[in-house]
Design a protein around this ligand. Structure first.
Ligand SMILES: [Zn+2]
Length: 54
């Protein structure tokens, strides 16, 4: 299956909702389906993981 077909299968109605807290994620601060605050939290967790393995 090609990537273009996968994108077309995504439910567009959920594109602007945070997959973590369900809040609207259309403020431009979030990424990967997350709102700004959830994206920040995930980013901090990734940073922690990175510093642990270093
Ligand atoms: Zn959120």
């Amino acid at each position: 299956m090609q990537a273009k077909e996968l994108v077309n299968q995504l439910p567009k109605d959920e594109a602007d909702m945070c997959s973590e807290c369900g809040q609207p994620a259309d403020n431009g601060e979030g990424w990967d389906g997350l709102c700004g605050s959830c994206a920040d939290r995930v980013e901090n967790e990734l940073e922690d993981r990175r510093s642990c393995s270093a």
